[in-house]
Design a protein around this ligand. Structure first.
Ligand SMILES: O=C(O)CCC(=O)C(=O)O
Ligand SMILES: [Fe+2]
Length: 279
């Protein structure tokens, strides 16, 4: 059976449903080359215009359930360490606001859920990122998220916990809200704090700003590439779907972590489940 997701994607331009054909293999090769050179693969017009408009409406209808984050954090999600020098990048904190919706609240009938669960798309990511096996992330809260950034909102510099992430822009803001990242700024063995300080201060020469519009799909290696979303301006919120995959089929986060990220709604979901189980 064809997945409903197939009708959302511009398959003429991006033949992810026929990866074993010459045009499918050419797409894989070009994405691999983009990832190699930029640490990022940016596919404009991946989701068709009418489809992205419908997905944006679905996302707007779900926003009430999103956690309204309003906090302070550094790029490492760590607490301040006064023993470090004052100008250490680990001591740079930003006040930020954003609305984030966990995957359990994104129903099966939505376009972004259909895309996330489409086997052909997972296989495409597996091939371009060179995984032996790849699965949609098992954690029901973290697997698929919607992020809404309104005027004045931004997502400060950070690294992701997953090796790579896939984002789909559902609505571009009027101004600002640029995705900025520095490919492979750190490695497993070198935090490169001097490079991170340069990026934070706006003097790193390697900052990449892919051109993105509604419907653009972006794959990037966020665990080693510092990235952020600059402040959104104007009345139209920036809406992004974040799709997470894993080389393991069963990785789930702790309740504590998910409550921390997604707030009281998820705490209540977990609490009511515990109450059910103890009946
Ligand atoms: O919205 C984006 O473009 C990036 C999102 C991101 O980096 C994240 O959610 O970790
Ligand atoms: Fe990120």
């Amino acid at each position: 059976m064809t997945s409903p997701a197939a009708s959302l994607v511009d398959l003429e331009r991006y033949p992810v449903d026929r990866l074993d054909t010459p045009e499918g293999q050419a797409l894989v090769a070009s994405c691999r080359a983009q990832l190699e050179t930029n640490g990022c693969c940016n596919l404009t017009g991946f989701v068709r215009k009418e489809a992205v408009a419908a997905m944006r409406e679905e996302a707007l209808g779900l926003e009430d359930m999103a956690y309204r984050q309003d906090g302070r954090r550094n790029a490492y999600f760590t607490l301040d360490d006064p023993a470090l020098p004052q100008d250490d990048p680990r001591r740079r904190y930003w006040h930020y606001r954003m609305h984030q919706l966990a995957g359990d609240a994104i129903p099966g009938g939505t376009g972004c859920r259909a895309l996330f669960q489409w086997g052909a798309l997972t296989e495409f990511f597996r091939q371009i990122l060179d995984y032996e096996a790849l699965y949609p992330m098992a954690d029901e809260f973290q697997n698929l998220n919607l992020i809404y950034l309104h005027s004045g909102h931004h997502q400060p510099w950070h690294y992701d916990q997953g090796e790579f992430a896939v984002t789909l822009l559902l609505q571009a803001p009027e101004a600002g809200g640029d995705f900025e990242f520095v490919p492979a700024i750190r490695s497993e063995t070198d935090e490169n704090l001097a490079g991170v300080a340069a990026a934070i201060d706006g003097r790193h020469p390697g900052v990449v700003r892919p051109v993105r519009d509604a419907g653009t799909l972006t794959v990037f290696r966020g665990m080693y590439s510092l990235h952020r979303v600059s402040e959104v301006q104007g009345n139209r919120p920036r809406i992004t779907a974040v799709l997470s995959y894993d080389g393991r089929p069963d990785r789930i986060a702790t309740d504590r972590e998910n409550i921390h990220i997604y707030g009281p709604r998820v705490a209540a979901v977990l609490e009511s489940r515990r109450a059910q189980e103890s009946l």
